[in-house]
Write a protein that binds this ligand. Structure first.
Ligand SMILES: Cc1cc2nc3c(=O)[nH]c(=O)nc-3n(C[C@H](O)[C@H](O)[C@H](O)COP(=O)(O)OP(=O)(O)OC[C@H]3O[C@@H](n4cnc5c(N)ncnc54)[C@H](O)[C@@H]3O)c2cc1C
Ligand code: FES
Length: 261
């Protein structure tokens, strides 16, 4: 994916909504500097707030949605950078670099897309489902530890997406992990493929399920990043035949088998 026309732009926080489970939804005004119509599901942006020092580096976030010159991201708080970004108030200035990276392959007529994710991995899958042309067969499989972790279910319902959920404690949907949900859904007679995003152990389990069933599988990695544009090599992942791939420019979406998990 070319990054030639990508530069940091100034943006403003328009809204910061508490979704629970340490997650915030930030809406950013980014146009005209960043063309939101160019964003493809699976792509991400690097975001940095107005603080002077630590952390110096921006943090990567998948694009959750775009509309009216605005861009939405879901921020799950895990460390200092996400704490600061999640704490930005309406009107705060941020810098945004993007859209970056290789997106998910678009829906293919006659092929069902099963989208498996949870936590901070759900935003790019949501955007893929949302942007799928009318008539596409797309099923979202959303997993969490408990009902409170399923922070986007209201949006799924409002957008009339087709989705199933599961929780490890059984407090919403079926009891179990998203891989259990996926395994049940893979018993399907037609052509299908799996797109997944989430923690590496989950991606590993999804990829091996798909390999065993002979189903094509695409995974989106959330490797830690420094530059986001192929310079620092901090996001390198091993290729099975040797060498390395950069998650930021060769990914974050890879076909399972293109990288060693
Ligand atoms: C392409 C891409 C898309 C992403 N999309 C989203 C998104 O939509 N929403 C969201 O909330 N997060 C997303 N992430 C993850 C997010 O970028 C990290 O959580 C964030 O950079 C952590 O910064 P921090 O300063 O808060 O944590 P740090 O202080 O840097 O780290 C805190 C702890 O979290 C761990 N950590 C840091 N980064 C990651 C990571 N990428 N994966 C797993 N553990 C990590 C560290 O090892 C450490 O233990 C995405 C990452 C990538 C690469
Ligand atoms: S984050 Fe710097 S090369 Fe990928």
């Amino acid at each position: 994916m070319s990054t030639t026309n990508v530069a940091f732009v100034s943006a403003q926080v328009l809204a910061n909504e508490d979704l629970g489970a340490d997650c915030r939804l930030l809406r950013l005004a980014v146009e005209p500097e960043l063309d939101t119509s160019a964003v493809r599901p699976g792509q991400f942006v690097m975001v940095r707030g107005p603080w002077a020092h630590h952390p110096m580096l921006p943090r990567p976030f998948s694009v959750l949605d775009t509309a009216d010159g605005q861009l939405e991201i879901l921020v799950k708080v895990v460390g200092r950078g996400t704490t600061l970004i999640a704490g930005l108030h309406r009107g705060a200035s941020v810098t945004v670099l993007g859209p970056l990276g290789r997106p998910f392959p678009p829906p293919t007529p006659g092929v069902r897309d099963l989208l498996a994710g949870g936590g901070a991995g759900i935003p790019p899958l949501y955007l893929h489902a949302l942007r799928a042309p009318a008539g596409s067969a797309v099923e979202l499989l959303y997993g969490g530890r408990s009902a409170a972790d399923l922070v986007l279910v209201d949006r799924f319902a409002a957008a009339r997406l087709s989705w199933h959920c599961c929780t490890e404690d059984g407090s919403a949907g079926s009891k179990g992990r998203v891989t259990d949900l996926l395994e049940a859904q893979l018993d399907f007679p037609g052509d299908q493929r799996v797109l997944a995003c989430g923690p590496t152990p989950m991606l590993k389990a999804v990829a091996s399920l798909c390999e065993a069933r002979g189903v094509a599988c695409w995974i989106s990695l959330e490797t830690e990043m420094a530059c986001g544009i192929g310079i620092c090599r901090g996001c390198s992942v091993a290729h099975p035949e040797g060498g390395w791939r950069c998650t930021c420019t060769d990914g974050p979406v890879f076909e399972a088998g293109e990288v060693v998990l």
